[in-house]
Design a protein around this ligand. Sequence first.
Ligand code: NAD
Length: 287
Amino acid sequence: MARVVVTGGSGKLGRAVVTHLAEHGWDVTNVDLAPPPPGQPAAFTRADLTDLGQVVEVLQRIDDRYSGVDAVVHLAAIPAPGLRPSGATFANNVVSTHHVFHAARLAGIRRVVWASSETVLGLPFETPPPYAPVDEEYAVRPESTYSLGKAVEEEMARHFARWDPAATLVGLRFSNVMDPEDYARFPSFEDDPASRRWNLWGYIDARDGAQAVRRALEADLVGFEAFVIANADTVMTTPSAALLAEHFPDVPVRGELQGTQTLLSIEKARRLLGYEPQHSWRDHVGG
Ligand SMILES: NC(=O)c1ccc[n+]([C@@H]2O[C@H](COP(=O)([O-])OP(=O)(O)OC[C@H]3O[C@@H](n4cnc5c(N)ncnc54)[C@H](O)[C@@H]3O)[C@@H](O)[C@H]2O)c1
């Protein structure tokens, strides 16, 4: 059984990731400052990832638990702008991610999958995107300190990959993470489309986010790669072409838009990871 350390495994996305990886045969240890949910199918070690010494230990050896780690999934972070002052968000997130990349290298762990963010695509799109659907092909354009941190992390990953050409560092640019209980409010978005314009009406079901993490762990990839990870549809019932025409009339549309297809392109993830979303909010509330 391969051993994976999941940081942030007590959080919203992390809980789904821990469960999914355990169900798919991974031996999982959750490393977080917050306690795990009851019954989580993983060991738990409390550590602060801004402390390099603690990160070095959790990626090498924890007394009575394990010696040796095969892969790291790094999700721990302050997960949005504004939750903490910007400097605190940057210090927590960027330093933690540096320490995870560095400690993985010291430990000889050559597969690191971590949470980047859709925000690097230019959210909240007060400056419209260069084209739609948006994808990984244009340079990052962070608009908040939280997002700047994710962009810096992607740049760090590029260099860690350069320093060890056998290493794989995968940045998953997750859309807005949703649990099934969040879907009850989705039909109300239809009354106020502008309220979800900020991320082109995208979302990611936490279980599909977990699937993307597993595929990134298992994919035949080397070097640094970033992937947009969203569901196959939007949060709306209005067709995507009509939303763009009304809210982003000057943004060039690439390709033929089908119905409510996502405007956060997941074609690269489909192609290189074999990612295919299994869930939709429509299965939960109709729509
Ligand atoms: N929630 C979203 O919509 C969203 C969208 C895109 C990307 N992301 C990214 O996905 C990841 C997970 O987000 P989430 O929504 O599950 O967040 P969350 O807040 O629910 O979970 C994050 C976890 O990280 C832990 N943590 C934070 N700093 C830590 C530190 N220094 N040491 C140890 N643990 C620490 C917290 O205790 C928490 O349990 C984050 O990296 C976030 O930036 C989230």
